[in-house]
Design a protein around this ligand. Sequence first.
Ligand code: NAP
Length: 313
Amino acid sequence: MSMQNRWTAAQMPDQTGRVAIVTGANSGIGFETAKALALKGATVVMACRNLTKGETAADAIRLAKPAGSVQVMALDLSSLASVRAFAGEFIRSFDRLDLLINNAGVMALPKRVETADGFEMQFGTNHLGHFALTGLLFGLLDRTPGSRVVNVSSGAHRAGRMRWDDIQSDKSYSPFVAYSQSKLANLLFTHELQRRVDKAGAKVTVTAAHPGWTATNLQTHSGIAGFLNPFFGQQPPMGALPTLYAAVGPDVPPASYYGPNGFMEMRGYPKRVGTSSAAQNQAGAVLLWAVSEELTGVTFLSETAPQPETAMA
Ligand code: NAP
């Protein structure tokens, strides 16, 4: 593989003329991803649930005098109405979409809370909202040569399993069980989206990334992890590198996954990394797609319904 050992944002190819969406771009890894793309010339739509935070973040990027531009658009992934409104406005405003970076996320909410549509918040925000967003924008991705999707997962996916009998944690809720399931779902979605893209003869490249341990606002609810952030967490510009490599790096194969190259993938420069075997379960990926279509009402690249027994085995 031609990936260099110390790939940085400085090595990103010129992005002039390209249009990117970064969800959750006002904070942490999403902010650094949006900034790096704009500095290289991209037009970046910062998709944020809080417009005030979004505009403050956009101003911070503008201060760095990017070759491209940033603009903020309202997107709350915990509301399907908001996802539909965002996608509608985006399609009216832009005639191309080169990069869809599904980055926004919430982690380890102490109590079970629901999205506007009654989904468990982590599954609803981290997976279902992004599934719906990707489906509603797929036509535009498909029409844009060289387009890519990046789903931001986590090392926590390794602890995850799909709880098909309680996917929304209605019967029992544990903050990290729900988080790791949602991050496993990000990888199953990556594989299944690429498989369907390929089967349809479309040209979109679907990738995934994780930032290791990066000190951001994400660990707010994680007690000890939040406390240890300043000692062990790498800084957000480093944490954004696997996402950026997956988005614009050279020689990125379909359905590939990138993370940091250091000890236990906790920190470092981007490299290709592996997944848990649960993330490679094709029957599970097919079932998740069907469940996601059913729950969100967004259907795309559809096939005939799967048999749940094969995936639950
Ligand atoms: P962060 O600083 O908390 O950023 C998360 C972003 O997501 C914020 O902009 C947040 O908006 C946004 N968001 C949350 N719920 C949303 C919703 N319903 N609609 C729209 N946006 C929403 O955390 P981060 O570390 O950069 O996280 C980015 C991604 O990296 C997540 O997918 C996370 O799972 C993944 N990740 C992070 C780590 C790590 O060590 N940091 C490790 C593994 C994976 P607000 O500012 O309005 O809350």
